[in-house]
Design a protein around this ligand. Structure first.
Ligand code: DAH
Length: 366
């Protein structure tokens, strides 16, 4: 039987002399590991008679405890030294700027739709939506453009092979006007809505893209007349362009879904080669720019939308959102709106944080 006191002395000396955590771990394995020498001594206890065990066990257990304690103490010393060293070598410079992260921006079309929703919300208009894949009946027939109506030619669009439930074929809506019919059918009268959204035509050149954005306006009530239309348009355009100097010219026009129909022009002035809104278009150096279509809702449309045209009248208007954005923010190429060029967006885009909008919190958008 080896002398446990001698083993202990030697082990403690070696543990004290160990220089790093790896050397210490090697000692732990040598003494206390599964095949370790002290573990082997422990195993001999099992083969002893009870008397012998009673006599020898305390010394062996004392040896194991003392070696285990010494290893744990030495390990704690190594750990705290390592921590000290890390704390001394690592410095945290709180004055360093955080690394830049890519930040998205709000597309001008979304921004303008938000602005318009906000302006019209102030005038008591709700936001209505309709599907972009539309039924021929809502897009044309119910708007007083029956099959073979010549006005359909100006609305050449993309058709689906699927037959539409109400006749004709399904198509990509050519304007937001079908939302007028859908809303009257769903909600009845009176109502005041705007319907912003995407519309489609098979057209593509410098001033036309196959997909673009419109905002439709509709007011249905008793005793509505053109004066209400003019005031509403003037109020909205002054708020949108943030100037009192907006002069409108209402020209007789034709749309199948309005009677009478008016084309609305706005006066502008050429400043440094650019069109700047303001003043009468008839003044020297000025001109008129076509801005939007509108009129009193045709009684046939009111009828097809399930209302009695002798009781309910209203006005409607439709305007290109992309066009409004270009005018307000001085952008000159419509196609750039849909190129997805990040540089263009960084130049013209809006920060979601700098410009919180009321409607972003209020409204549904198409
Ligand atoms: N839907 C027409 C278009 O896309 C625009 C329009 C004109 C809408 C007159 C209206 C309106 O509501 O009254 O060309």
């Amino acid at each position: 039987m080896p002398d446990t006191a001698v083993i202990e002395q030697e082990a403690l000396a070696r543990i004290r002399a160990s220089e790093d955590a790896a050397a210490l771990e090697a000692l732990r394995v040598e003494y206390l590991g599964k095949q370790g020498s002290i573990s082997a001594l422990m195993k001999t206890l099992g083969a002893m008679t009870p008397e012998e065990r009673q006599q020898k066990a305390p010394a062996i257990q004392q040896l194991r405890g003392s070696v285990a304690d010494a290893i744990a103490a030495r390990k704690a010393a190594f750990d705290s030294a390592a921590l000290e060293e890390r704390l001394a070598s690592e410095t945290l410079d709180l004055t360093l700027p955080a690394p830049a992260t890519a930040r998205g921006s709000v597309h001008p079309v979304s921004q303008v739709m938000d602005e318009l929703s906000e302006i019209f919300a102030d005038l008591g208009f709700a936001v209505a939506t309709g599907p972009e894949i539309e039924d021929d009946w809502y897009n044309f027939t119910a708007l007083n453009m029956p099959e073979s109506h010549p006005a359909r030619a100006m609305h050449d669009t993309f058709y689906f092979p699927d037959p539409a439930p109400k006749g004709g074929r399904m198509l990509l809506r050519t304007h937001t006007s079908p939302v007028q019919v859908r809303t009257m059918l769903a909600d009845g009268a009176p109502l005041r809505i705007i319907a912003p959204g995407r519309v489609y035509r098979s057209d593509s050149d410098a001033t036309h893209t196959p997909m673009f954005h419109q905002i439709e306006g509709l007011v249905i009530d008793r005793d509505i007349h053109l004066g209400h239309l003019k005031w509403t348009l003037e109020t909205f355009l002054k708020a949108f362009f943030e100037t009192e100097d907006i002069v409108l010219r209402l020209r007789p026009s034709y749309f199948p879904f309005t009677e009478p129909s008016v084309e609305v022009d706005v006066g502008f002035e050429i400043v440094d080669g650019k069109r700047v809104l303001g003043g009468s278009g008839d003044a020297p150096g000025h001109g008129w720019m076509e801005l939007l279509g509108s009129g009193m809702v045709n009684r046939r449309v009111i009828e097809m939308s399930g209302l009695d045209p002798d009781e309910w009248q209203g006005f409607a208007f439709g305007v290109g959102v992309d066009r409004l954005a270009m005018l307000k923010y001085g952008m000159d190429d419509l196609r750039a709106f849909f190129d997805g060029d990040v540089r263009w967006l960084q130049h013209y885009g809006f920060s979601a944080f700098d410009q919180p909008t009321l409607s972003a919190g209020v409204g549904a958008r198409a």
